[in-house]
Design a protein around this ligand. Structure first.
Ligand SMILES: Cc1ncc(COP(=O)(O)O)c(C=O)c1O
Length: 475
């Protein structure tokens, strides 16, 4: 046990050293050839190596090549730094190493509490058993849409699980043009077929156009198809836009559609000062994906599917062979009956620790701070002569582009090509990290601010880095 204790202490130091210093170095650097070769081509040792040596490898060859998301000037995709509580408690979950499929032990019991807390944070209804932790929002979306599919087919007198989907009117899913790719992947995986996913246009603020949704549903129903689900976004990945949830809930109720919300990144935005009205209707959804591993900083991977009617999800997944029957289970049964995973990691521990360490107040402060910075960045962009804001800020994402003075045309000056090249050029410089996208028909830069230590000064550095990268590119 001495080796274990010493190694655990050394690992704790390594973790703390990393978190203490990660903001001092470059945000990201390419992995040099030597370490790349070591990382990718090393042979498995014939004989086991001591933990102490492995930790030396971790210090010199692994911790030295982070993705960058621990740094306050990392603004790429939707990737947060780890919460300190998450980093401390993740090893304890590994030490216990349960499967949280179900059973009478701390893992599944704590998961009930964590799911209830997450629902409570955003004001989503929470019946007993109303949700489960998943690997991320992609899996949460599969869980939610499977429930939607099962409810629709049972209501129509057939059973997708028994019958498969052929020989019945195609099930139609509605997703806005700004909906995340995980919605499309889930539809494909569930056998709906990409052609049965309708792309609903968005308005000038990148929110789902509800009138268009209405007429698309009517046209599909008139053509003998089976509209069954609308998936809205509470925080799109491109611009952080929140769809008009209340109006979409009305349409879903009118047409008997399952109302799903992808709030993987943005649902917690409801906690920012004055933000609640933009999220009105969130509590009317049948399901909501909300990722603890995004804004909360719970170590990857931890998503959550919140479900208003858990029976629909159980109907979609429950399959209990004799070797898994648990005579002592309560009425809710096992978590494994509500999703595709049988063995399930102890995701609740790092999430419980993160939520408990922050408290409701701390979560709200984090959301408010980062949302405020996104607005500040939008003002800085608006005030600068060489940037252009591309979308209003609703959460902590700012979408904009570089437009050097004198360049007026939408793309006549090669602005698209320039903005497409800027993210990689900024990343290479190592002082900030952002990623790009296509928004409203143009190439855009976007930042997603999730780090509690990011400051206004960091935003000024980012804009200067973009200018410098543009100069590098023009050489
Ligand atoms: C809005 C949104 N939805 C869904 C996802 C997919 O989440 P995950 O990567 O956890 O599967 C993301 C990922 O960034 C996202 O930003």
């Amino acid at each position: 046990m001495d080796e274990l204790r010493q190694a655990a202490a050394k690992a704790a130091d390594l973790m703390a050293d990393h978190l203490e210093r990660v903001g001092d170095g470059p945000v990201w650097q390419p992995v040099p050839d030597g370490d790349r070769a070591w990382l990718t081509t090393q042979q498995m040792p014939e004989r086991g190596r001591p933990l102490d040596q492995l930790l030396d490898d971790a210090r010199s060859r692994i911790m030295t090549h982070p993705m960058g998301n621990g740094h306050p000037r990392f603004f790429g995709w939707v990737n947060s730094p780890p919460s300190p509580a998450g980093a401390v408690f993740e090893p304890l979950a590994a030490a216990l190493n349960p499967s949280c499929a179900g059973g009478d032990h701390a893992g599944p019991l704590l998961e009930r509490t964590v799911v209830r807390w997450l629902a409570g944070l955003v004001g989503f209804p929470h019946p007993p058993g109303g949700g489960l932790l998943t690997s991320g929002a992609s899996m949460a979306t599969i869980v939610c849409l499977a429930g939607a599919r099962q409810r629709a087919t049972l209501a129509d007198g057939w059973d997708a699980r028994e019958d498969g989907l052929s020989g019945h009117p195609p099930l139609i899913l509605y997703v806005s043009a700004e909906g995340h790719s995980c919605l499309h992947k889930a539809a494909q995986l569930l056998g709906l077929g990409a052609r049965q996913v309708r792309t609903v246009p968005v308005d000038s603020h990148y929110r789902m156009d509800v009138a268009a949704l209405r007429s698309m549903i009517a046209a599909d129903a008139a053509a003998g198809l089976r509209p069954f689900c609308v998936a809205a976004s509470a925080g799109t990945v491109n611009s952080g836009a929140v769809d008009p949830l209340d109006a979409i809930a009305d349409v879903a109720a009118e047409h008997g559609l399952w109302f799903h919300i992808d709030g993987a990144y943005g649902a917690l935005g409801i906690l920012a000062d004055g933000a609640a009205p933009a999220f009105a209707g969130l509590d009317r959804a049948d399901s909501l994906a909300l990722d603890p591993h995004k804004w909360l900083g719970v170590p990857v991977g931890c998503g959550c599917a919140l479900i208003a009617d858990p029976a629909a999800t159980r109907a979609a997944f429950s399959l209990v062979p004799s070797y898994l029957v648990d005579e002592n289970a309560d009425d809710l049964g096992w978590f494994a009956e509500y999703g595709p995973e049988q063995s399930r990691p102890f995701r609740a521990l790092k999430t419980w620790a993160t939520l408990s360490h922050l408290g409701r107040d701390g979560v709200a402060r984090l959301v408010d701070h980062t949302t405020g910075l996104a607005r500040t960045l939008a003002s800085m962009v608006g005030d600068a002569g060489d940037f252009e804001l591309l979308a209003p800020v609703t959460t902590s994402i700012t979408a904009f582009r570089y437009r050097p003075e004198g360049a007026q045309a939408r793309d006549g000056d090669g602005l698209d090509a320039l903005n497409r090249a800027i993210p990689a050029a900024v990343q290479r410089r190592g002082n900030a990290f952002l990623t790009g996208t296509r928004l409203g028909g143009t190439d855009a830069l976007r930042t997603c601010i999730l780090h509690p230590d990011t400051t206004e000064g960091d935003l000024a550095v980012l804009l200067d880095e973009i200018r410098a990268a543009a100069k590098d590119l023009s050489r």
